[in-house]
Design a protein around this ligand. Sequence first.
Ligand code: NAD
Length: 359
Amino acid sequence: MSKQILCLPGDGIGPEIVTEALKVLDVIKQKFNLDIEISDGLVGGASIDAYGVPLSDEVLAVAKKSDGILFGAVGGPKWDDQPMMNRPERGLLKLRSEMDLFANLRPAMLFPQLAEASSLKHELVAGLDILIVRELTGGIYFGEPRGIRTLESGEREGYNSYVYRESEIKRIAKVAFEAAQKRGGQLTSVDKSNVLEVTALWRELVTEMGKDYSDVELSHMYVDNAAMQLVRAPKQFDVMVTGNMFGDILSDCAAMLTGSIGMLPSASLNDANQGMYEPVHGSAPDIAGEGKANPLAQILSLAMLLRYSLNEVAAADAIEQAVSDVLDLGLRTGDIVSEGCTLVNTSEMGDAVVRSLQA
Ligand code: NAD
């Protein structure tokens, strides 16, 4: 049966970079004889303009039936005065919650050719390849009760609840163990179990599960140390797994080690391995329509889609290799250009990846 991919280009540079990823998908389909059907839809501001809402019921229904969603980016100044519940980003949040996309996979990888873009020393980051697995639909961002209340003294108090059920911990840990099996075989679970009971339970359950993954070397680290180690010696990590809030912070930190936001893909998966795949960056309205956008994060998001939702590992590897080859040729979009390299526009970069795959 053919696999279904839904494309949701969104706003700003979204449509430009998704176009390049689709060129790549076209070649990959032929090269690896893949039976994939592609559909598309509107999301974010584009959907607000057409239907008055950031995600229509029709598009959501198609998304739920898809194996993978290739998502561009949403948002822009045109929709900044929309009420909070109707902003473009709501389309993204609705997809995450309606499809229960609880596992956020954020690689922080630095192609050696771009090591100069990092704020860290070349030798600390060249060849960096970390995968952060962040729980996305639970923890303190969603725990109840929450709010701001007024105490008897008249002073106001803000409060949130940091809650994880066993089932939530086990399902994100399973994703992380399996990702480690597909990569370097090392998993670091990040918690604050010396202070927070919820993460003491986290550590207990992850340790227990580790016995079923004898091919994965499991270690535990407190979050404060993990933050320090990420900037001290980031290459010690392979896969890191952590809760929603710690993952939010650590994944941004790890992403910026690479110094090039236009290069970073991400995935959000559910229990059925359905996933939404998108660049880490936003819709970059400042450069939209100018052919300046780097399409490589989107193209690498497609590689993740093939790897994690379609299990087409060879096809994913081929795309990542093609991206590396193009960087070897010295081709760069404006966000990653440096002396001695050739400046290319969005479609020239996409075409170069296509040519490398065809070679
Ligand atoms: P941004 O990531 O869109 O842009 C930050 C800077 O990086 C800009 O200078 C931009 O030109 C540059 N940049 C981003 N992607 C690039 C690429 N592929 N190639 C070259 N340069 C690139 O973040 P922002 O400016 O804070 O937000 C712009 C809009 O995007 C806002 O409406 C925001 O809400 C939205 N946003 C959407 C998502 C998403 O869809 N997942 C994520 C973040 C921000």
